[in-house]
Write a protein that binds this ligand. Structure first.
Ligand code: DP6
Length: 329
């Protein structure tokens, strides 16, 4: 039975990955730092089967073909070559977070797929090996392999580009209150955004300053210094969005509600609440706070009419093998 199932959490980057040194291997131009999101996950089962005529992908109960299947096949080719086999596979995967909520699922998807596929073929990989493998599917997926607070050392080649945990999930009781704004338009995907990043005159300055921001962010996490974290997370997010806005063509991910939440978060911090924001390649806002403030922040966010939903996530664990799974939830 060449079958295995795995689960992985998405992650939110405090220091962002935006732009590749090597797009084929997804080797980032800068190192990044993130927190896994407990409660949200992708579950994936992989079954390698000689009798299949080609790879099959079933996402949230629906067969998928086209670019998404091609991306999975390219990724599985790496795993097959590591194991020295050529069998097709059936990949069955489901997210427990709402589809269309605009939360990037490629990180949890490729982290879970890496672990399930490697395990199904009997490959014994270290966490670092798995992180490198997941990176080939989606850059940020390498950060969903280890648990808790995770740093992706960008490196300069396949061997040196991987992620590792800098602190366990229980190290710091942060909560990510994910404010889902309504009217989510289909954005330009991250892969295309990484390619465009080099057209912005601001990208070189953003990349050159990343070691400084990363060092401050790492210190903020290790010392549980929320004020330091807030200042560096927001500036890092704004620098990435400045690059997006000045790329050619420009990428504008924010909606009016995005700015409304940013301004609310800044006002709350001005009132002494431990809270800050960060935004990925979409309009939703990740509002980071301490667990002691989470109920209050949740209520405040829910009272903003342009917010459709709020999801709460604490620091999550590593990707892990699970019992067999058939595809729903
Ligand atoms: C804005 O990892 O989604 O979320 O490698 O093309 O799948 P691909 O890109 P992806 O890029 C993540 C971009 C980001 C910032 C981050 O998570 O670091």
């Amino acid at each position: 039975m060449r079958t295995a199932s795995a689960l992985a959490h998405p992650n939110i980057a405090f220091i962002k990955y935006w732009g590749d040194l090597d797009p084929g291997l997804r080797i980032a131009l800068n190192s990044s730092l993130s927190m896994n999101l407990d409660g949200l996950h992708t579950r994936t089962q992989v079954r390698f089967d000689e009798s299949l005529s080609g790879d099959v992908l079933i996402l949230d109960g629906q067969p998928v073909t086209g670019p998404a299947l091609d991306r999975v096949t390219r990724f599985l080719d790496h795993v097959r070559s590591l194991a020295g086999v050529r069998f097709p596979a059936e990949v069955t995967s489901a997210n427990n977070f709402p589809t269309g909520a605009g939360i990037a699922s490629s990180a949890s998807a490729f982290a879970a797929l890496s672990l399930a596929a490697a395990s199904a073929l009997g490959l014994s990989l270290t966490e670092i090996d798995l992180s490198r493998l997941a990176r080939l599917g989606s850059g940020s997926a390498c950060r969903s392999v280890p648990g808790g607070f995770v740093e992706w050392q960008a490196g300069s080649d396949h061997a040196s580009s991987y992620a590792y945990s800098i602190a366990s999930p229980s190290h710091w009781d942060l909560v990510d209150c994910i404010a889902i704004v309504d009217d989510v338009h289909k954005p330009t995907g991250s892969s295309e955004g990484h390619t465009l990043s080099g057209t912005s005159p601001l990208q070189a300055a953003r990349v050159a300053d990343t070691p400084r921001r990363l060092e401050l962010c790492r210190r903020a996490v290790l010392e549980r210094d929320f004020d330091l974290l807030a200042s560096i997370v927001e500036v890092d997010c704004n620098m990435m969005h400045a690059v997006m806005l000045t790329s050619s063509p420009p990428l504008v991910y924010w909606q009016p509600a995005t700015l409304e939440i940013i301004q609310s978060v800044q006002a709350w911090r001005g009132q002494g609440v431990s809270v800050c924001y960060t935004i990925d390649a979409g309009p939703n806002v990740h509002v980071i706070t301490l667990s002691s403030e989470a109920t209050r922040i949740h209520e405040r966010l829910r009272s903003i009419p342009s917010i459709a939903n709020v999801l709460l996530a604490s620091p999550g664990g590593p990707a892990r093998l699970t019992d067999p799974f058939t595809g729903t939830g």
